[in-house]
Design a protein around this ligand. Structure first.
Ligand SMILES: CC(C)(COP(=O)(O)OP(=O)(O)OC[C@H]1O[C@@H](n2cnc3c(N)ncnc32)[C@H](O)[C@@H]1OP(=O)(O)O)[C@@H](O)C(=O)NCCC(=O)NCCS
Length: 140
């Protein structure tokens, strides 16, 4: 079995078991993958982390911001967690622009708490939004 199939089966099993929730971002006709996003319950009780990526050709059209805005509401209004977090490398300016654009609060920057793929220490920016901080009209 190829690595992509193994990965997708893991995503499917994690979703079904309620462990981790990966979503694809597709073109409207669902024939092409533009990127992915997810709700990751790995930051303690009553909070959830959102992750996201886009393929190079799908950037700068607002897709990541739109997907993250929607998942933020799913987490805070439908799952009912108290806090959503986004974590990113401060040098990843495109990534940090997503929570900033959506009105997330920059809580802190953790120093040298993670490693780059090359094994170098790197900082982590922590962004958060609570239900009270949600911008825009609430869904009934
Ligand atoms: C992080 C990442 C998803 C950001 O992609 P992005 O294209 O900058 O984000 P969006 O899809 O929200 O697009 C925002 C851009 O589209 C523009 N845009 C156009 N229409 C828009 C709309 N309707 N709504 C919002 N933005 C819109 C924005 O002005 C912004 O442009 P700018 O870059 O000139 O400021 C992308 O860089 C990526 O996949 N990086 C690699 C993986 C990664 O780092 N993931 C995050 C790990 S923490």
């Amino acid at each position: 079995m190829d690595a992509t199939t193994v990965l997708l089966e893991r995503f499917r099993d994690d979703f079904a078991a309620g462990r981790d929730f990966h979503y694809g971002i597709f073109t409207r006709d669902e024939r092409e993958v533009l990127g992915g996003t997810g709700l990751h319950p790995r930051i303690g009780p009553d909070a959830i982390e959102i992750g996201y990526w886009l393929r190079e050709t799908a950037t700068r059209r607002g897709y990541a911001s739109e997907a993250v805005a929607r998942l933020t509401r799913v987490a805070l209004e439908e799952l009912g967690v108290s806090r959503v977090e986004i974590r990113c490398d401060p040098r990843n300016t495109a990534s940090a622009a997503v929570p900033r654009r959506l009105g997330y609060r920059h809580v802190t920057t953790l120093e040298a708490n993670a490693l780059t793929p090359a094994g170098e220490p790197r900082d982590t920016m922590v962004w958060a939004q609570t239900a009270a901080e949600l911008v825009g009209p609430r869904r009934e």
